[in-house]
Design a protein around this ligand. Structure first.
Ligand SMILES: [Zn+2]
Length: 266
């Protein structure tokens, strides 16, 4: 934006003065972040979304902070759009004062900010999912997007027959591919715990980690000398691949190593 500092950097001589507080040079960081006038606006906005204003030292810092906060604030859309609209409102007020000689109070500028937020709220997609979200939406006077009703899926665990052991495994990849973890539990026909495991596994896909979870469980069953084993996992792709004996390359070696054990058990 052509603030006085930006214009001066192009070798244009001018007297730089903040139009909002008249007590400082108009640097980008002052105008949008440090100016007492702008600060009051930011504090009103951040108070609504229950965020502590950190006094960022530069515009870059400000956007980095805003990006981090977007993960935790109520109504993410209102936060990201609100940051841009607030900067626009500050810039607009600065130019009204400079070119039109019209100066609005903080209340009036903030009211204009809320009106702009309301006009743009049609594009918000974040549903209101908590009381805090609801309170923030009311204070910003933006429409409430209802949270879609979740369908409840009942999942039951069935005991194995006497003499059998059941192995339940699951794997998860944060990002797919991303950081992964696998876990499993072995239980008898009375659902009594026999053994369990949980491990962190580097960067893998969901498919890979589900396979690895099964193989870790099978190795545990082998070590325990189990002879009748029922394996259950929630990945249809993995179950289909195992039933079709279509073993991916990344677990072929483990699969071959387990063959004598798998051939010996029911
Ligand atoms: Zn100022």
């Amino acid at each position: 934006m052509p603030t006085n500092a930006a214009v001066a950097s192009r070798r244009v001589c001018l007297v730089s003065r903040c139009e909002l507080c008249a007590s400082s040079v108009e640097l980008d960081s002052h105008l949008f972040l440090d100016c007492p006038f702008s600060l009051r606006l930011w504090q009103r906005f951040t108070d609504i979304l229950i965020v502590h204003w950190p006094s960022p030292v530069s515009i870059d810092d400000f956007f980095l902070w805003g990006k981090r906060k977007a993960r935790v604030v109520p109504i993410k859309d209102a936060w990201t759009v609100g940051m841009i609209i607030m900067m626009y409102c500050i810039w607009l007020e600065c130019n009204h004062r400079r070119f039109d000689g019209i100066a609005l109070e903080v209340d009036k500028v903030f009211s204009g900010f809320l009106t702009s937020m309301k006009k743009l709220s049609w594009s918000f997609t974040t549903p209101v999912s908590s009381i805090i979200d609801l309170c923030c939406a009311r204070r910003l006077d933006i429409p409430i997007i209802p949270n879609p009703t979740r369908v409840m899926l009942e999942v039951r665990w069935h005991c194995p027959s006497p003499g059998w052991v059941k192995l339940n495994v699951d794997g998860c990849s944060l990002g797919n591919p991303g950081r992964t973890g696998a876990g499993g539990v072995l239980r008898d026909h009375r659902a009594t715990h026999i053994s369990a495991f949980s491990v962190f596994l580097s960067n893998l896909t969901n498919y890979e980690v589900e396979f690895r979870a099964i193989f870790i469980g099978l190795l545990r069953a082998k070590d325990l000398g189990i002879t009748h084993l029922w394996v259950e996992c929630d990945s249809k792709a993995v179950v289909d691949a195992l039933n079709a004996k279509s073993i991916p390359l990344f677990v072929t070696q483990q699969w071959m190593g387990l063959q004598p054990f798998l051939d010996s058990i029911s």
